[in-house]
Design a protein around this ligand. Structure first.
Ligand code: SAM
Length: 358
């Protein structure tokens, strides 16, 4: 009965507002009172060896009972992380013992308690993979999303296309060190975009700016962990119409990239509890038409981009048409939309804008 007093049970039975749901779910087909059945399963696990699969399905049930989104995936990530694996699938493939010590079970319990408080699993684990990098994650710095990996790929592909005679990236026209691009990232967050570009474009340099000090610090920390700090300047700066004066000392840039705050203000109320409770909303709220920061970036591009340089933006599907119209009304900026791209869900999400010579 010692388990009855464990922190997990205090949390589930005293704090959880969803206690009633547990009854409904676990009572089906049970002889025991639903509370006792769940308790007995857990007690049994604590006393003997418990496998990863058992623990995953146990915590999946608890998450579902507490209406935690992505219950299975959350449980798999946490259990695998404690065993030192990236994914549940890789546990089976690798040499990792699928059994848990009591200490490991307690670690799982502590992490799952955070997930029960609706903390995103990326913050629960304290790290997350983006492209082929593992980045440290800390609330409230924005968690990189999967579609943003496609934005990075667009820039890398464009660099290959510009600098190579053919698109297969095998035969450089010039020694690569003579023409590494200088890239400005607006709103670097955890450093996901900036550091992936540095990794994929070994002769590039990046200037990464963010208005949130925690984001600046996290990007610097991730850069050092990945040994990429020599090629990145991380600046604490809020983009505005006069930012070009502040940034000009770093010189003109070949490319500007940004996944800016672009959510329409009225849509902010529809965001998930995980986002509202833990992520910095300043990373998402783009104002009434989602374009507040997009407009600042386009003004900046006019001053800071080299002729024929590019701006790559992640936006929401209504924005490509809105940005095209806005640029038609601002011919003085010398910018034109030269490409739009869809994400893996088929939604129009990426803009390629080019500066033409005057
Ligand atoms: C959607 S997040 C993107 C973070 C990161 N680039 C990524 O894709 O994971 C937007 C970022 O822009 C920053 N930001 C918002 N407004 C800004 C401004 N006016 N100037 C600079 N950074 C800003 C936020 O702090 C946040 O880190």
């Amino acid at each position: 009965m010692t388990v009855f007093y464990s922190s997990l049970w205090r949390k589930l039975w005293c704090l959880s507002p969803y206690c009633g749901h547990l009854g409904v779910i676990f009572a089906r087909g049970c002889v025991l009172h639903p509370c006792h059945r769940l308790l007995r399963q857990y007690s049994h696990s604590k006393a003997g060896l418990v496998t990863a699969a058992e623990l995953v399905s146990y915590w999946q049930d608890v998450f579902e009972a507490n209406e935690i989104p992505e219950a299975r995936a959350s449980s798999e990530y946490i259990v695998s992380y404690v065993l030192g694996a990236k994914t549940f699938q890789s546990l089976n493939a690798g040499n990792i013992s699928p059994y848990f010590s009591v200490q490991q079970q307690e670690q799982v319990e502590q992490l799952c308690a955070k997930r029960l408080q609706r903390m995103p699993v990326q913050y629960v684990l304290g790290e997350w993979d983006f492209q082929d990098l593992t980045l440290k994650m800390k609330p409230p710095v924005f968690i990189p999303r999967r579609e943003t990996e496609e934005l990075v790929t667009l820039v890398v592909d464009e660099e290959c296309r510009k600098r190579l005679p053919s698109s297969d990236c095998k035969e450089p026209r010039l020694p690569p060190e003579t023409h590494g691009p200088v890239i400005l990232e607006v709103g670097c967050g955890s450093g996901a975009i900036a550091l992936s570009l540095l990794k994929k474009l070994p002769h590039s340099k990046v200037i990464a700016i963010d208005k949130l000090e925690a984001a600046v610090n996290l990007t610097k920390e991730n850069a050092e962990r990945l040994n990429l700090q020599e090629r990145v300047s991380v600046l604490h700066h809020e983009v505005s119409s006069s930012s070009w004066k502040y940034l000009l000392p770093w010189g003109l840039v070949d490319t500007i990239i940004s996944n800016p705050p672009y959510v329409f203000h009225e849509d902010m109320t529809h965001l998930a509890t995980e986002i509202h409770s833990y992520e910095d909303l300043g990373a998402l709220d783009g104002g009434s038409d989602g374009m507040n920061i997009i407009r600042e970036i386009l003004h900046l591009a006019c001053y800071l981009l080299k002729d024929y340089g590019s701006v790559f933006l992640e936006v929401e599907p209504r924005h490509p048409e809105m940005v095209k119209n806005w640029l038609r009304g601002h011919p003085d900026l010398s910018l034109v939309v030269c490409g739009t791209h869809k994400d893996f869900c088929g939604k129009l999400r990426f803009l390629h804008i080019q500066k033409h010579g005057r």
